[in-house]
Design a protein around this ligand. Structure first.
Ligand SMILES: Cc1cc2nc3c(=O)[nH]c(=O)nc-3n(C[C@H](O)[C@H](O)[C@H](O)COP(=O)(O)OP(=O)(O)OC[C@H]3O[C@@H](n4cnc5c(N)ncnc54)[C@H](O)[C@@H]3O)c2cc1C
Ligand code: FES
Length: 1216
């Protein structure tokens, strides 16, 4: 263990070797990624730091004479790399060198990088493959195969060493003697047994504690293939749990022993091990003992019965002679932690169905994995039948109780699940025993199988005769795609460190509403590496960037109070935690919309849109119904969090900032204001963002301003990239909405009067909330013509971080509530929802409630085509048959239209600029006011310039967006950037073309370069500014984008899970500038909407603390959420005369089409409720999570678990 004699080497690439000295290895927690950045290997990113996003995945290989590489791996402690070869994305190929086949195929198929995996399987690539005419691929070159470094080819089993020093010790002992030596000396240690003990006995398989979950699965799968089925029920149950267990990278490193020993109450394996009576061999210096994993094994939260001297040596998983099953229910099916998880086993007395032994274990129902002992003993000796089922359910309802305030929330749902899962087990066993289960009840026993999604994309080819080099309308690959696939695309934090650069970490409030009494930075400032703390007093210019009244009051958890600046990120973060702040808490604390309504806490003004005499409208109506709906917010979850690098230039107050922002100009003006310098001294540069979605339209400025103030104070470059949890905490997201409605309608379903009131949860500042509410009101009737209508919008002021812009900007909220009353109308009349929707849909020439005439309307065409390509009628008939034959799974279908207004509603923002330079070699440098955030804006702008100038796109280049090239830009938002910037680019290019015209005329046979050279020698200005403005006289929108989607889903009525079976989308994008990018936007926007309406939930405590701060707790859609069968069709022959080259905006409109999934779920729930004799309208809030779906499918099990009376307890989380 003598480190003085030790040196380590890491092979970074075939050519480069780096030897780390001991000081670099101090601290086992040092991550591999920490070493990548300084040497410029920036392709591997830190997206979440919790194993949930895959951005840090590298390939890890270790020489094992008998097996293959270890596979994908998520960045972990450096010491665990001993004797490993690490291959980062740079190691497999590059744009400049040669692309790896995967790096080439994904972008050329218009896919996006889903990790770094040189040996991908089908499922790894499922998101990347599209039928969009895959381009010609280069032939496979065997020399590109990765070579394992020969110097690492040592027998690792006999070369196990101990590595690491300092407080945490990391061991890879090959001999237990090392281990126990350490156990007697150290208390906190991480263990890594690399030995896998696979002893195949006649009754069990024994796994070494450090056997990875991947290996566990492989061994069990092999056993299932060999052994008779009755012996492998437990193995199958483990495999079933592993199917949904974390991601592959985690399963490659997580060990069976680690999973047991972390003693998580929601472990997926522990319930299986407990119900199957697994045995564990424990070892200490004194010897070994074997224990059964039963209800005594976990004596308390995160505790096991192991003594401090003991370690888990191996796990014995038994063969079965009985019935066994395991269940896992999580918010998202793939890669998610459980809500409730379970293992169940039963044996019967010889030759009978009398219960001899029953074991039911549950995770997620207490502080530990528990066994339902009372229920199990109550059922002993009973016949497996209906009476036993009833007994079991009432007993489980009594035994598996939870306090209404239990951590994790979802109390009613979790309790119901214990019964529902048992019911599944009951029927599964019954089916095996007597095969006498009712045919429609077998649906409860079916195991979910994932099918690889397949998709079809339909778009119109360019007209015959369009010149080859004219790329407009062609599916041109995103210009950065190859660089993104190889990791060479430079993002803000990839900019190499400046020599004397410092790092900033925010100090944020831990209280939602309080006065700051004192701030003590003494301890923080004395910590290593700390340079200074920055507070409001350090702002040299104005600190007033909004209606801030009194600076010492914090108004949300996460309110930025100040910052610590240190030499490294780790030092800054450690010191920020050491800043002591005392608060005087204030009342009231307003967290939810309902709190705001109670306290009448609203920002002013309250907006209203009204048309016609509402009273008269309601008087005319045959029926009137009232309803309400809540819709949750959404986290932007851009892969790149907010980041700023500020570099003071040292003279005249100049500063250059590299920022991940959608609003270069806003950032510039706020930084200038805070620094007290003219805007002309501040340059903002944005090369590209790793996603924005509206989250970097205004909220990014809080960070960039802070970083600029620190850089100014210290006269040194300062950087900050927020960690995922910081970003989620401070930057806000989509506004939650609550809507109340009263709707008057005729017997036919025609809506004649509507009164709707919206409340949005704005958080602690106005930000963009008023405009967002306005857009919600502008979309309150979605696509329906309603004679008399009134919408009113209240923007609630609460003690949450300020919510902000998010793709759709209030539209998706306004329209979802519209579809809710539309669905209620259909339900109350007993009419098909599609019939009522079609009846009410706008037609050409009608006016919106704000009097905008709808011309060139394509809604009806989209609708008819969507019904056709989705085979709506046959599908509906198929669903009816399915639902008749299935009691416990139901299918639902819905078709939903959208009409989305394009342009900024704030008129002055409808302007854009561009700058084009032609150099003497004929190459063109283009700049415009928009920012590239993955949506492909730069690609489209190059296409526009290429057509206008009549030159190949390869001659045109865009480097970045910057405030010193194109000033006074509008944010890249409102879906309008291609329209506005495209027109500005067109304008600049036309000016240049005009200047070149004489030289073309003079030399018609010449080429582009000839004309440019001639013009240059003639002293012609080859640089031009373009400008465009759109004047919306008296109408809020330039035009509307239309689309229709039809979705089919299947729900599991017992668990609330759903699967997206089919979606057809027909959308009007005018004459698409680039069908590949547009279809990408449709598919991406739709899936983001699927997340919004069915999955993503921000959970806040009643005190305003955000629990969901990373991908572990906050789930965005995964591959498996993509509809198995997805068709996207761009409407043919629909030119739009209001935007560049007859195109239409595409960024936001498709998102709402995911409401078709929400209402398909509602349709399926209606079918489930019918089975319980329930009909008519019911409330379904968004997102339609498994919890909401299950609770809405009322049945005998839900009745046994009634919710606690509201107001009698404090819930763990509140609906904000
Ligand atoms: C992104 C992500 C997703 C996840 N998803 C799931 C999921 O879906 N289902 C689920 O059940 N879990 C899930 N987990 C939890 C995961 O299973 C555990 O973190 C993992 O199994 C721990 O294994 P490990 O080998 O990394 O243990 P370590 O983290 O190395 O060890 C865990 C603890 O056990 C102790 N320990 C380890 N081995 C021994 C031993 N032999 N004897 C005594 N003590 C020992 C260690 O000292 C440590 O305290 C997830 C975790 C992550 C990060
Ligand atoms: S950063 Fe490693 S998985 Fe997200």
């Amino acid at each position: 263990y003598d480190l003085s004699s030790w040196s380590a080497g890491l092979v970074y690439s075939a050519e480069e070797r780096m030897v780390l000295d001991r000081s670099q290895m101090i601290g086992c927690s040092k991550l591999f990624l920490d070493l990548c950045v300084p040497v410029g290997l920036t392709g591997t990113k830190l997206g979440c730091a919790e194993g949930g996003c895959g951005a840090c995945t590298v390939m890890l290989s270790k020489y094992q004479p008998t097996s293959s590489p270890l596979g994908e791996w998520v960045s972990g402690p450096l010491c665990s790399l001993h004797h490993c070869a690490v291959t980062t994305v740079e190691g497999i190929g590059s744009v400049a060198g040669k692309l790896h086949p995967v790096q080439e195929r994904m972008p050329k198929s218009h896919g996006s990088q889903c990790g770094n995996n040189p040996t991908p399987r089908n499922e790894n690539l499922s998101a990347a493959c599209s039928s969009l005419h895959p381009a010609d691929f280069l032939p496979l070159d065997p020399t590109q195969e990765i070579i394992f470094p020969p110097e690492l080819m040592v027998d690792t089993l006999t070369h196990q060493h101990t590595r690491g020093v300092n407080t945490n010790t990391y061991l890879t002992p090959s001999l237990s003697v090392y281990l126990f030596h350490y156990l007697s000396v150290h208390h906190s240690l991480c263990l890594s047994f690399s030995l896998f003990l696979s002893l195949s006995l006649s009754l069990c398989i024994v796994f070494g504690a450090s056997c990875s979950l991947t290996l566990l699965g492989d061994v069990l799968k092999a056993a299932v293939g060999k052994l008779p089925p009755y012996q492998t029920e437990v193995f199958n149950a483990v495999l079933e749990q592993l199917r949904w267990f974390a991601g592959l990278q985690i399963r490659n490193v997580a060990a069976i022993g680690g999973n047991i020993m972390t003693a998580s109450p929601i472990s997926d394996l522990n319930p299986v091990f407990m119900a199957s009576g697994c045995k564990l061999t424990l070892m200490s210096k004194g010897g070994e003992r074997v224990v059964v994993m039963d209800e005594k094994f976990f004596p308390g939260y995160r505790k096991t019965i192991l003594t401090p001297e003991e370690v888990l040596l191996c796990v014995l998983i038994p063969y079965t002679k009985k019935y066994f099953a395991a269940y896992k229910q999580s918010p998202r099916r793939e890669d998610d932690i459980s809500i409730v998880t379970s293992g169940m086993s039963v044996t019967f007395a010889e030759g009978s169905t009398i219960v001899k032994h029953l074991a039911l274990s549950y995770g997620g129902m207490a502080a530990t994995t528990v066994m339902a002992k009372n229920t199990a003993s109550r059922l002993l000796g009973k016949q497996w039948g209906e009476e036993l089922l009833q007994d079991a359910c009432s007993s489980l309802a009594e035994e598996m109780t939870l306090h209404p305030s239990a951590p994790g929330g979802m109390v009613t749902y979790r309790r119901t699940l214990t019964l529902s899962l048992f019911y599944k087990f009951y029927l599964t066993v019954q089916q095996k025993l007597v095969k006498g289960v009712r045919a429609d009840y077998i649906s409860a026993t079916e195991i979910y199988h994932q099918t690889s999604p397949s998709s079809v994309q339909i778009f119109q080819a360019v007209p015959d005769g369009q010149k080859e080099e004219d790329v407009v309308g062609r599916p041109m690959m995103h210009l950065s795609a190859l660089k993104q696939a190889t990791g060479e695309a430079v993002y803000c934090d990839d900019i190499p460190l400046y020599e004397n650069e410092l790092y900033l970490c925010l100090i944020t409030s831990t209280k939602a509403h309080a006065t700051i009494q004192s701030i003590d930075t003494a301890e923080a400032e004395s910590m290593p590496g700390v340079v200074t703390c920055v507070f409001a007093k350090d702002v040299p210019g104005s600190n007033m960037t909004g209606p801030i009244v009194y600076d010492e009051t914090v108004t949300c958890v996460g309110h930025i109070i100040g910052a610590v600046v240190a030499d490294t990120q780790a030092h800054a973060q450690r010191a920020a935690k050491a800043v002591r702040i005392t608060y005087q808490e204030l009342q009231p604390v307003i967290i939810t919309i309902q709190d705001a309504i109670t306290h009448q806490s609203f920002f002013q003004p309250v907006r209203t849109i009204q048309r016609g005499d509402l009273d008269q409208g309601f008087t005319q109506a045959d029926h009137i119904l009232e309803g309400e709906m809540h819709m949750g917010g959404q986290e932007h979850f851009y892969l790149e969090t907010n980041v700023t690098v500020a570099v003071p230039k040292g003279e005249d107050g100049e500063m250059e900032l590299f920022v991940s922002t959608q609003s270069a100009t806003k950032t510039q003006s706020l930084v200038a204001k805070a620094l007290g310098v003219p805007a002309s001294r501040v340059v903002i540069r944005v090369k590209r963002m790793g996603g924005g979605f509206g989250g970097k339209e205004s909220r990014s400025t809080t960070l960039s301003t802070m970083v600029a103030v620190a850089a100014q104070k210290l006269k040194r470059p300062v950087r900050c990239m927020l960690d995922r949890d910081e970003d989620m905490l401070v930057t806000g997201g989509r506004h939650p909405f609550y809507g109340r409605y009263k709707v008057g309608f005729m017997k036919s379903g025609k809506v004649v009067a509507l009164e709707v009131t919206y409340y949005s949860n704005a958080g602690n500042s106005m930000d963009l909330s008023l405009s967002i509410m306005e857009r919600a009101l502008f979309h309150m009737e979605n696509s329906y013509s309603i004679a008399t209508i009134r919408g009113r919008g209240y923007v609630c002021k609460t003690h949450l971080p300020s919510n902000t812009a998010f793709r759709g900007f209030g539209g998706p909220q306004g329209m979802l509530i519209a579809e809710s009353w539309m669905s209620d109308v259909a339900l109350s009349l007993g009419l098909p929802a599609e019939q009522v929707r079609r009846l009410n849909m706008y037609i050409q020439g009608e006016r919106t409630p704000y009097s905008q005439i709808l011309d060139h309307i394509t809604l009806d065409r989209c609708w008819d085509q969507c019904l056709e390509i989705s085979s709506f009628t046959q599908r509906r008939a198929g669903i009816e048959t399915y639902n008749r034959d299935h009691r416990w799974t139901k299918r639902g279908l819905s078709v939903v239209p959208t009409k989305f207004g394009i342009s900024f509603t704030a008129a002055f923002l409808n302007q854009a600029g561009a700058l084009a330079h032609i150099y003497t070699d004929g190459s063109v440098l283009l700049t415009h006011g928009g920012t590239e955030m993955g949506q492909g804006l730069n690609t489209k702008m190059v296409q526009v310039a290429s057509r206008t100038l009549g030159i190949p796109s390869s001659k045109i280049h865009i480097t970045e967006t910057s405030t010193n090239t194109v000033p006074n830009t509008s944010p890249t938002a409102a879906s309008a950037s291609s329209d506005l910037n495209g027109a500005a680019v067109h304008n600049a290019c036309e000016i240049l073309l005009h200047r070149l015209e004489p030289y073309k005329t003079k030399n018609p046979k010449g080429c582009w370069e000839d004309w440019v050279t001639a013009a240059y020698f003639d002293r012609v200005n080859l640089s031009a500014n373009g400008f465009y403005k759109y004047t919306n006289t008296g109408r809020p929108f330039n035009y509307f984008s239309y689309g229709v989607a039809c979705s089919e889903v299947e729900i599991d009525c017992l668990t609330g899970s759903h699967k997206n079976i089919h979606t057809s989308i027909v959308i009007d994008v005018g004459n698409s500038l680039n069908p590949a990018l547009d279809i990408g936007q449709v598919e991406g926007g739709f899936m983001q909407g699927v997340g919004l309406y069915t999955l993503e939930e921000l959970k806040y405590s009643p005190e305003g603390y955000l629990f969901t701060r990373g991908p572990g707790m906050y789930k965005i859609p995964a591959f498996g959420d993509i509809p198995t069968d997805l068709t996207v069709s761009l409407l043919r022959d629909a030119p739009n005369d209001k935007a560049i080259f007859s195109s239409k905006a595409i960024g936001e409109p498709p998102l709402f089409l995911a409401a078709s999934v929400f209402f398909a779920i509602k349709d399926a729930i209606i079918a489930a409720r019918k089975e319980s004799g329930l009909s008519g309208p019911f409330r379904l809030d968004s997102p339609a999570t498994p919890e909401r779906i299950r609770n809405a499918c009322e049945d005998r099990f839900t009745k046994l678990c009634p919710p606690a009376e509201p107001g009698t307890f404090t819930p763990w989380a509140v609906v904000v």
